[in-house]
Design a protein around this ligand. Structure first.
Ligand code: KG4
Ligand code: ZN
Length: 285
C-alpha cells in the first residue's frame, strides 16, 4: 500500500527519491499498527538511500501546518490550538520545538465529539463536515446544550456530557424515541445546537488563555479547523488578535506537515534519529 503512495507523491512533486535529503515520519501519537507501517517504511527508505531520518510528533505537526502556511508572519510566543479527531489542546508555543501544554481534553477530543454526535444523528463518517452542513439549516437555540468544565483545570475540555445530551435529544433519555421520531428539522436543530456549544467552549477557553498568557497571535491546526463556523466565531470573539489557520490541504492529516516539521527539527539536532526509534502511541507535548 505504501509504495504506490510514495511513487504517486514523488511523481506529483516531480522529484526522484535521490533528490530527497531527509526522511521524516510521524512516530506518535496514534494507533500502533499505522505508526509501525510508517516508521518501518521510513527506516527502510533512509537505510536504502543512505539519507538521515527523523521522527516527528503528529500533534506538533498539526501546529507546524499553520506555521508553514504563514512563513513570514509568526512572532513567538503564540497560543496554539489543536483541534483534531484525536486531540484537543491549548499550547503555549515559545518557538518551533518549544511548547508548554496548558489545556487538553479530559475525555473525547473535539473531532471525536463531532463524529460521535454525527453517528447518533445517523450521519456518515467523518461526522464533522456532515454536522456543519446540517447546522447551517438549524436553529441552535432549540436546545440548550453546554460543553463540560473540568474542576480545577480551567483550560481543559470535556465533551462527553455534550455527546450524551445529543443522544438524549435525539433518542430520548431511555432511547424511547427511536430514530424514526427524528425529522430533518430536529436533526438540523440538534446539529446546530451541538456545534454551537462545542465551538463556543473552544472560543471561550482560547479567549481566557490569550488573556492569561498575553498572546497576540493564535495558531489553529487539525481537521476541525476546516469548520467555517469556527473561523467566523473566532474572528468575531477575538477581533484584535492575529488568528492564523492552515492553508487548504494542510488542516486534515497530511504528509506535508510531517516533512515540513522534520526539516527544522533536523536542522536543530544536526543528526539522524536512531533507527531504533519506536512507535509512541501516546506522546506528551
Ligand atoms: O486532524 P485530523 O485529520 O485527524 C486527526 O489527527 O485526528 O482530524 C479529523 C477530524 C474528524 O474528527 C473530522 O470529523 C473533523 O476532523 N472535521 C471536522 C470538519 N472537517 C473535519 N469537524 C468539524 N467541522 C468540519 N468541517
Ligand atoms: Zn491528525
Amino acid at each position: 500500500m505504501l509504495i504506490p503512495v510514495v511513487d504517486k507523491a514523488l511523481k506529483e512533486a516531480k522529484v526522484t527519491l535521490n533528490e530527497i535529503d531527509l526522511i521524516a515520519v510521524a512516530y506518535g501519537p496514534g494507533l500502533v499498527g499505522a505508526l509501525l507501517i510508517g516508521i518501518n517504511s521510513a527506516k527502510a527508505l533512509a537505510l536504502a538511500l543512505g539519507k538521515p531520518f527523523i521522527g516527528v510528533n503528529h500533534i506538533e505537526a498539526h501546529l507546524y501546518a499553520v506555521i508553514m502556511s504563514h512563513p513570514q508572519q509568526i512572532n513567538f510566543p503564540v497560543l496554539g490550538v489543536v483541534l483534531s479527531g484525536g486531540h484537543t489542546a491549548l499550547v503555549l508555543v515559545h518557538d518551533i520545538g518549544s511548547y508548554e501544554l496548558i489545556g487538553q481534553t479530559a475525555d473525547d477530543a473535539i473531532g471525536e465529539a463531532f463524529d460521535k454526535a454525527a453517528k447518533i444523528l445517523e450521519l456518515p463518517y467523518p461526522g464533522g463536515p456532515e454536522i456543519e452542513a446540517l447546522a447551517q439549516r438549524g436553529n441552535p437555540e432549540c436546545f440548550s446544550f453546554k460543553a463540560g468544565q473540568v474542576k480545577g483545570k480551567p483550560f481543559d475540555f470535556s465533551f462527553s456530557g455534550l455527546k450524551t445530551a445529543v443522544l438524549y435529544a435525539a433518542k430520548g433519555q431511555n432511547g424511547q424515541l427511536g430514530h424514526t421520531q427524528l425529522n430533518e428539522t430536529d436533526k438540523c436543530d440538534i446539529a446546530a445546537a451541538f456545534q454551537q456549544a462545542a465551538l463556543l467552549d473552544i472560543v471561550n477557553k482560547t479567549n481566557k488563555a490569550v488573556e492569561k498568557y498575553g498572546c497576540r497571535t493564535i495558531i489553529l491546526g487539525g481537521g476541525v479547523t476546516n469548520n467555517q463556523r469556527l473561523r467566523q466565531m473566532f474572528s468575531e470573539a477575538l477581533p484584535n488578535h492575529q488568528i492564523l489557520w492552515p492553508s487548504r490541504g494542510l488542516s486534515l492529516d497530511n504528509a506535508a506537515m510531517i516533512a515540513g516539521l522534520g526539516y527544522p527539527l533536523y536542522q536543530r539536532k544536526q543528526c539522524s534519529d536512531s533507527l531504533g526509534l519506536e512507535a509512541a502511541t501516546s506522546l506528551p507535548f
